[in-house]
Design a protein around this ligand. Structure first.
Ligand SMILES: Cc1cc2nc3c(=O)[nH]c(=O)nc-3n(C[C@H](O)[C@H](O)[C@H](O)COP(=O)(O)O)c2cc1C
Length: 312
């Protein structure tokens, strides 16, 4: 059976979202936090605060100095597993030599991998830290990933997660399965596939086609159908398929946890609404259209609560 990893999505898979998902739906082997980055010369406090012990943190860096600063902040907090982002396609990051913007710089990646080697061995009396990498095939060409692969194969990594698109494609356009297959054959680390998985049958197909695969990482598919991992694991009865009463009941339980948190944490209708309306965004295909529209349009908490009551 493949491991199911919940992909990080900045703004969506927040600490409270991950906690509520684990409690209500489950079936996920590991939750990854959206990337921690340097802001004003130091690790961004807001991102550090949103981490919890049951999540694997992720960092994004433009070179070894940022990498060290972020990794050390997490190690100091007691984390022993860290994911390194070499896939983010957002121009804000790519143009600053981060995420997919790093893939074409073999030298910078080599220096970061040397640092991973150091931190992965129990040097200096500190506990060894496990690292994984989440990456794309390249920013502009799959040649970038294949040029890096010998360096990555030489680095002690727990696994590599590959999203077989280019950074310039962002999250759309065809997935390059030919390049994925080559990467799958040449990568010596446990490999996790990521990209466009939305059903149990797709997960089973990946398992059948790629027997060496360790797991799949799923983002938007799980946001749209939070029962997906539990369904694959056989933890959810078949009545809990998307759109069913059982599914909606669980969605509402998950919602209530996140809504309560938003009400306690933020002030004023518009702040609270902006944090809770995002919960519904990817769920659109799985809830009645009219109610979805009312939820999205609500500008006041009482309008929002009336829309939610219609789902009950
Ligand atoms: C809005 C948004 C935010 C994202 N934030 C992150 C992030 O912080 N770190 C990361 O590694 N990937 C991030 N991703 C990429 C996802 O983790 C995932 O790789 C991508 O959505 C493809 O997988 P999927 O088709 O299963 O959703 C983000 C994607 C989106 C759309």
């Amino acid at each position: 059976m493949l491991k199911i990893l919940f992909a990080p999505l900045q703004g969506y898979t927040t600490g409270i979202y991950r906690k509520a998902h684990a409690e209500i739906f489950g079936g996920v082997d590991a939750y990854y936090a959206p990337f921690l980055r340097i802001e004003n010369g130091k690790p961004r406090e807001k991102d550090l605060r949103d981490l919890d012990a049951s999540t694997i943190p992720q960092i994004i860096a433009n070179g070894v100095d940022e990498f060290k600063s972020l990794a050390n902040a997490l190690i100091t907090k007691g984390y022993t597993e860290i994911d390194f982002n070499m896939g983010c396609p957002f121009p804000m990051q790519v143009n600053r030599h981060r995420g997919a913007g790093l893939l074409s710089d073999k030298q910078a990646v080599q220096v970061i991998m040397d640092e991973i080697k150091k931190l992965s061995s129990a040097a200096n009396g500190t506990a060894p830290v496990k690292f994984s990498v989440k990456m794309r095939l390249g920013q502009n060409s799959p040649d970038e990933a294949f040029a890096l692969l010998p360096i990555l194969n030489e680095t002690p990594l727990a696994h590599i997660t590959i999203h077989p698109r280019l950074g310039k494609q962002q999250y759309k356009g065809a997935i390059d399965f030919n390049a994925f297959e080559r990467f799958y054959n040449e990568c010596t680390h446990p490999l996790v596939y990521n990209g466009d998985i939305t059903s149990v049958s797709q997960i089973c197909e990946m398992e059948r086609r790629y027997p060496k695969l360790t797991g799949v990482m799923i983002g938007r598919g799980l946001l749209a159908q939070p029962s997906l991992a539990a369904e694959y694991k056989g933890l959810c009865d078949t009545n809990c398929a998307a759109s069913s009463q059982c599914f909606l009941g669980k969605i509402l339980q998950m919602h209530d946890i996140i809504f309560d948190y938003a009400c306690k944490t933020y002030q004023g209708d518009s702040q609270i609404l902006s944090h809770i309306q995002i919960f519904w965004e990817y769920l659109e295909p799985n809830i009645p259209k009219k109610i979805f529209k009312r939820i999205k349009k609500a500008g006041k908490l009482n309008e929002y609560n009336e829309a939610i009551a219609q789902l009950k």
